[in-house]
Design a protein around this ligand. Structure first.
Ligand code: PRP
Ligand code: ZN
Length: 286
């Protein structure tokens, strides 16, 4: 029985590079030669398949791949039976409706009677129904953004990330139908052996994500301010306090959340902290 975990990632597109980077930053060595469809990691029992993103949910549902990295947009559209196990934080984009930039647009009622080209007919249909809009869905398999200029449709419903595709095709975004990011999906019936490998991989990903969301902070403070300052710093258990060579002073080390960063820094400064250093954390095991 094969005891490698098989992961499907996008062959070429918005998610390809970040997907490979995620695996590499987990310490997994991958040889990504040109036009490879499949490769084996050197130092982790992992086989990587490079596939069209639209096909990934089905391959994972069918067990051709055990797990996959795919945009939530594709997942919602395909509605396959897979388990969503983690949001990656990359590949953020939105599925939006866009029309030629010179067309008048007031509310989504302006979409009534229009022909909308998309590769996301399922999601678009739900949106139109929920908003009681009667528009014609024209399903195509790619190059959606050129549909209005060649007279194939009046509007499009497609992914927008930086917005440059819309811009270069003379289109403007008028409605956001869905927000999306890359997620990790899993086949629902993985055997115990593969679940074991998966949890090793997820452990690595979790420690990377925790590290990214936190910062290591070092600062100096007079001993009479230690209490106030420590109350501002949670730390993993509690802050570390080390005496400085200078009499009456200490160095405090702690971990703070990226989100709370600026607020806490100001409070620390006001409480008498000096020489504040903030450094990134590479990996964090909680
Ligand atoms: C999407 C979409 C646009 C582009 C938008 O393609 O179809 O072509 O990204 O990005 P932008 O706003 O930054 O210009 P994707 O990479 O998902 O490939 P696919 O549609 O072929 O799956
Ligand atoms: Zn796609």
């Amino acid at each position: 029985m094969e005891n490698k975990l098989k992961i499907a990632i996008q062959k070429s597109g918005r998610l390809s590079e970040d997907s490979i980077d995620l695996l590499k930053s987990c310490g997994i060595k991958i040889n990504t030669g040109l036009n490879k469809l499949k490769t084996t990691a050197e130092n982790f029992p992992l086989e990587i398949y490079f596939l069209r993103d639209d096909d990934i949910p089905k391959y994972v549902a069918d067990g051709v791949a055990d797990i996959g990295i795919v945009g939530e947009n594709v997942l919602f559209e395909k509605n396959n039976h897979v388990k969503l196990i983690k949001k990656t934080g990359f590949g953020k984009c939105r599925l939006s409706i866009a029309i030629p930039k010179d067309k008048v647009y007031k509310t989504n009622k302006s979409l009534n009677g229009l022909k909308i080209a998309t590769t996301y007919p399922v999601i678009l249909k739900k949106y139109l129904q929920a908003n009681r809009i009667k528009a014609d869905i024209h399903e195509i398999s790619g190059s959606v953004e050129i549909a209005p200029s060649i007279g194939l449709a009046d509007a499009i419903c497609d992914l927008v990330s930086s917005g440059s595709t819309l811009l270069s095709n003379g289109l403007k975004e008028v409605e956001v139908v869905l927000k999306s990011e890359a997620v990790i999906i899993q086949n629902k019936g993985l055997p115990k052996q593969k679940m074991e490998l998966l949890s090793q991989l997820m452990f690595r990903i979790d420690s990377l994500q925790a590290a990214k969301n936190n910062k290591y902070i070092l600062l100096n403070a007079p001993n009479d301010k230690l209490k106030t300052i420590c109350n501002l710093l949670p730390g993993m258990k509690s802050p570390t306090i080390l005496p400085l060579a200078k009499e009456g002073w200490s160095s405090i080390h702690s971990v703070i959340k990226e989100d709370d960063f600026w607020e806490i820094i100001m409070k620390l400064k006001n409480a008498g902290a000096q020489g504040i250093l903030v450094v990134p954390i590479e990996k964090m095991i909680i």
